[in-house]
Design a protein around this ligand. Structure first.
Ligand SMILES: *Cc1c(COP(=O)(O)O)cnc(C)c1O
Length: 431
């Protein structure tokens, strides 16, 4: 704790700081003053140093969501909004922000199927799907499937090894039971056999659920039943693949994909739009046409429907060029080294002592927990972490063993210079 209570700056002096001028213009003087007053309170309480007031007041402003540079080396960072949209998807969102033909056929002037072009693009991307539907997120897709196919107390058969917590305390079993379906757990944590499933199937079975344990691995004496073996057993097989990979990719060989899962015999595949697809938050449902139709017509579908902005971004993601997610996954260590070295030169020229170190990046978003992507990072004293988060363009790095690592993998190359500028801008406030 810092004893700075005797050096609390005056409110009007803080308000005159040029760094607060832009905020005052944007959000009004009353909001900025309220933030400054509240921040000075924290200085009096000894929780903040006097020279941190302006940054803290800026951070405390209600404002909107702020763009940040993701220098964490975590490609799909949940706290940073998972996938960054491609330029094409951003343009599509802006174009759809006004009135748009989301449910109107401009040729005939008649009502048309909502989001038809995005749905068609998804189906073209996965020809093995008889039909497709899109809802708000992966969890919503699971709720819709559970309600429509196993609501009213019917059973969902699921392996004990696949009862996953997806993060922030949310557990798939709780989510599924919240629909009124009953879970019928089979097998054990490490081993489940076809026989386990077969013995559980009965007249009250709604469907068999396979969940990809996307955020952990179980090793050793294990066995799970592949989709292909479950496909012929009787009830519909629903597969929650998690990540939204539509077709196999050699970069992530362990990651299940929608096309292969359907080809293996799954009746319904569920995935997220903002993980490895690199698109907007969405829940993708792909499968047999009658099943998708049943889901689409269920009353709950209306409560889970996606808005026009999501549909616009999804379509552009599916039809456009590579996404920032895949650019970040595929960028080579040598080009990362070169970009980092250029930033290092800029920092060194400003007398900032910084090193270039080898580091590991990860896929993130609860996906591919075993995969590490060899990277390079700029290594700075960890005292840079907080001021960089509060910088005009916030830069979020990763603190590792007392150092702040800035990995440019998920930073758009044209923003490398901004990273350097922000480090230089805050350096005078770091000892
Ligand atoms: C991420 C994930 C979910 C949840 O999807 P959201 O789009 O975040 O709602 C469900 N199941 C699995 C296996 C996941 O990896």
């Amino acid at each position: 704790m810092v004893d700075s209570r005797r050096h609390v700056p005056r409110t009007d002096v803080v308000l005159a700081d040029p760094r607060l001028a832009a905020a005052t213009e944007r959000e009004g003087r009353a909001a900025v003053k309220a933030a400054v007053v509240a921040t000075l309170q924290r200085v009096r309480a000894g929780a903040l140093k006097p020279d941190e007031v302006v940054d803290a007041a800026l951070a405390a402003l209600p404002g909107g969501l702020r763009p940040v540079l993701n220098a964490t080396g975590v490609v799909l960072h949940t706290n940073l909004g998972r996938a960054a949209l491609s330029p094409a998807a951003r343009e599509a969102v802006t174009a759809a922000a006004g009135h748009t033909d989301v449910e109107l056929d401009l040729v005939t002037g008649r009502r048309a199927k909502r989001g038809r072009t995005a749905l068609a693009a998804l189906q073209r991307a996965v020809p093995a799907a008889g039909d497709v539907h899109v809802v708000n997120n992966g969890a919503a897709a699971l709720v819709l499937a559970a309600t429509a196919l196993a609501g009213g107390g019917r059973e969902i058969i699921v392996s004990r090894g696949e009862m996953v917590e997806i993060g922030d305390g949310f557990r798939l079993p709780d989510l599924l039971e919240s629909t009124g379906a009953r879970l019928r757990e089979v097998g054990t944590t490490n081993r489940t056999s076809l026989d386990d499933y077969e013995r559980a199937i009965g007249p009250s079975t709604g469907f068999v659920l396979k969940v990809h344990p996307s955020n952990f691995v179980v090793r050793g004496f294990t066995s799970a039943v592949p989709i292909a073996a479950l496909a012929g057993v009787g009830p519909p097989v629903v597969s929650d693949i998690g990540s939204g990979l539509l077709a196999p990719d050699p970069l992530l060989p362990g990651e299940p994909d929608a096309a292969t899962t359907l080809a293996d015999g799954a009746d319904l595949v569920i995935a997220s739009g903002d993980k490895l697809l690199g698109g907007p938050q969405a829940g993708l449902l792909l499968g047999a046409a009658p099943l998708i139709n049943q889901l689409r017509r269920h009353p709950l579908a209306r409560a889970l429907r996606v808005d026009k902005l999501t549909l616009a971004a999804l379509q552009a993601t599916l039809t456009g060029p590579s996404t920032p997610t895949w650019d970040a996954l595929r960028v080579s260590p040598s080009s990362l080294y070169e970009r980092s070295a250029r930033v290092l030169a800029l920092l060194s020229a400003a007398d900032i002592s910084v090193e270039l170190v080898e580091s590991d990046a990860v896929v993130g978003g609860g996906g591919a927990p075993e995969v590490t992507l060899p990277s390079w990072s700029l290594s700075l004293p960890s005292a840079y972490a907080a001021p960089l988060r509060a910088a005009p363009t916030p830069v979020v790095g990763r603190v590792d063993r007392g150092r702040l690592l800035l990995d440019l993998r998920c930073v758009p190359p044209e923003a490398d210079r901004v990273v350097a500028d922000m480090v230089i801008a805050v350096s005078s406030r770091v000892d």
